[in-house]
Ligand binder design. Structure first.
Ligand code: M6R
Length: 613
């Protein structure tokens, strides 16, 4: 959480920082701030609220300076208010610092620094960093870069920081450990940011800092990297593949809506070059060297959080059906703290859109230390999770900016489907004809998603009827159970309606008590293995006056006769239904949230990358 951006070059920093903060706002949006350095004058603006509130706060105030840092916050230590907003300043007023992460030993450091005469103004953990660096600079008589290095050696926790020193306006120092930081190298200018989105419109050349690395950006000497052990490192410059238009709303009212509508393309991109119908094969270049590990795996563990965990549940059904490998799906946050039985025989699949989720990362590290093979499914190229796996596949969904995950889910499920089919074929579990039929069906999914999107007007109509509900229930069986969970998560996170996902047959063991005429019940009732059973569950809801909104297979007449509303999706094998059935649920949540006047892309209390546990 929290987004940081910094600039040093020959242009005015302020517009670059504000624009960058708007791109990073998905990471946190409870307060924002900038520090600008002009000659030896440091100007800081910060306030509670969004980046637009910061702009209003700055108003016509002075913004001159060709070096500056900016921050958008998601509060951990201390409430969101003006004082706790970053940048934080040293007592001397010389240093300004922005931080993304958590300093775990801040309390003991603070006690010592207070004792040494530093005055703390905020409730944040971050503030200890700026006082500590300032203290070391003075007592050790070292420059900013060395003071940062020495300070970081006493810090426990996670950080991406950028520091400015009023006494040396030609230098900016950035460092990272467990929180992401990218350095952009332009023509006579440098950038630093939590991800590449604020950088891509200025330069395509970037360096992803590794854990424990410190970047010293000097107006005259350029970029130098060393680590906290004082060893010089050679910057590894990579070219960004990101395109600017993927970061814009492209005519849609919200990023979430754009991302829902992008799914025919993002699913296709996730299959491109991997699903080869002509040759009848699946080739996943990123895990090629690990294919045999999959084939021989006695067990697969899947870890993730939120929507990625739901995708993992679909993965469980896929691997068990097509490859006959037992699978356990674990909340990363639970897995990491319960001394799990995991070892060299295990193959762990870590799923994450952002590639930065702290719990997922910790679960992977734990499994890796116990000897397991770690395979990643990530969307953000170069992210921390992608870099600590043994191997993996990117989802190629493109940047997902709406906090509610949509296209990342379908891209993750697409990749899991490709993996399970590939392993099933290589193990001989799937016959050639079944494998080929499923490949064809998968290849047809993007066009079918396009057809589902055409139901949007009908979905808007349904959304209008149920927009004032206080509770909602989502039911599904088999492959549709994880989709029910995902539908409920989408509704609660953006519209603040309490919603629960349940296996349809479990309803009678408790939730049925909740059903009355005010309860909308969304049911995935497509033709397939459990169709008749789900129809019975629908009857049970109707008998108690619940309102049924059913996702059915095109041409269904049975459910149409019982349900209050039906949304038709094209026919596809059970295993591929999640890729279609989730789309109307995404749309319904989106339209309900819009009708309730909620901030769809930036729901309250949430952030896109959850980089704290
Ligand atoms: O970036 P990740 O996929 O690791 O994120 C995991 C969850 O934080 C994320 O899916 C979250 O639940 C979304 N807000 C769901 O829409």
């Amino acid at each position: 959480m929290c987004g940081i951006v910094a600039y040093l070059g020959d242009k005015e920093a302020y517009p670059i920082l504000v624009n960058g903060l708007k791109r990073l706002e998905y990471r946190g949006y409870d307060s924002a701030g900038v520090a600008l350095l002009h000659e030896d004058k440091l100007t800081i603006y910060k306030c509670q609220g969004k980046v637009s509130d910061l702009e209003a706060h700055v108003g016509d105030g002075p913004t001159t300076g060709t070096v500056g840092i900016g921050h958008t916050r998601w509060a951990t230590h201390g409430p969101p208010n003006d004082v706790n907003a970053h940048p934080h300043q040293s007592t001397s007023g010389d240093l300004a610092l922005i931080h993304n992460g958590i300093i775990e030993n801040y309390a003991s450091l603070k006690e010592e620094l207070v004792h040494r005469g530093h005055t703390f103004l905020s409730d944040t953990d971050t503030e200890v960093l700026v006082h500590l660096i300032d203290d070391i600079q003075r007592s050790e008589k070292v420059d900013l870069a060395e003071a940062v290095r020495l300070a970081l050696n006493s810090v426990v926790g996670a950080y991406a920081i950028v520091v400015l020193d009023r006494k040396d306006p030609d230098v900016m120092v950035a460092a990272r450990k467990s929180s992401p930081l990218v350095i952009g190298i332009g023509d006579g200018e440098h950038f630093a940011a939590s991800d590449a989105t604020p950088i891509v419109e200025h330069t395509k050349n970037v360096v992803y800092l590794e854990d424990g690395e410190i970047a010293v950006i000097d107006r005259k000497k350029g970029l130098k990297i060393r680590n906290t052990k004082n060893q010089d490192k050679t910057p590894f410059i990579q070219e960004l593949e990101m395109h600017l238009e993927t970061l814009e709303k492209g005519g849609y009212d919200h990023f979430m809506l754009k991302e829902i509508h992008e799914q025919p393309r993002s699913i296709r991109d996730s299959m491109r070059g991997r699903l080869n119908l002509a040759k009848g094969e699946v080739v996943l270049g990123g895990i090629k060297d690990y294919e045999q590990r999959f084939v021989n795996a006695k067990r697969i563990l899947i870890v993730g959080c939120g929507t990625s965990w739901h995708a993992g549940m679909v993965g469980e059904y896929l691997f068990e059906e097509f490859a006959r490998i037992p699978v356990e799906v674990e909340y990363a946050s639970e897995f990491r703290y319960r001394n799990p039985v995991v070892g060299e025989d295990d193959l762990v699949i870590a799923i994450s859109q952002s590639g930065e989720t702290a719990d997922t990362m910790a679960a992977m590290e734990l499994a890796k230390n116990k000897g397991a093979t770690i395979i990643g499914i990530c969307n953000v190229v170069g992210s921390s999770i992608a870099r600590i796996t043994h191997a993996g596949s990117y989802t190629h969904a493109g940047p997902e900016i709406g906090v509610a995950s949509t296209k990342a889910f379908t891209a993750q499920v697409t990749l899991l489907t490709l993996m399970a089919l590939m392993v099933g074929q290589k193990k001989g579990v799937l016959s050639g004809s079944s494998f080929y039929r499923l490949l064809n069906e998968l290849d047809a999914i993007p066009d079918k998603v396009q057809r589902v999107l055409k139901t949007e007007d009908q979905i808007k109509y349904i959304a209008d009827i149920y927009k004032d509900a206080s509770n909602a229930l989502y039911l599904g069986r088999g492959y549709s159970f994880p989709v029910a969970l995902e539908g409920a998560l989408k509704l609660k996170e953006i519209s603040y309606i309490h919603a629960e996902g349940y296996p349809a047959a479990e309803m009678k063991h408790g939730p049925i008590a909740l059903i009355d005429e005010a309860m909308p019940v969304f049911v995935i009732a497509t033709k397939g293995a459990s169709y008749e059973k789900v129809v019975s569950n629908i009857q049970e809801v109707k008998a108690r006056k619940g309102k049924i909104i059913a996702i059915v297979t095109e041409g269904d007449t049975v459910v149409k006769g019982i349900a209050d509303h039906v949304i038709e999706i094209p026919e596809t094998p059970d295993a591929l239904v999640p890729l279609l059935s989730v789309v109307p649920l995404q749309l319904i949540s989106y339209h309900i949230a819009v009708m309730r006047g909620c901030n769809v892309d930036q729901p309250r209390n949430l952030a896109k990358s959850v980089t704290v546990e």
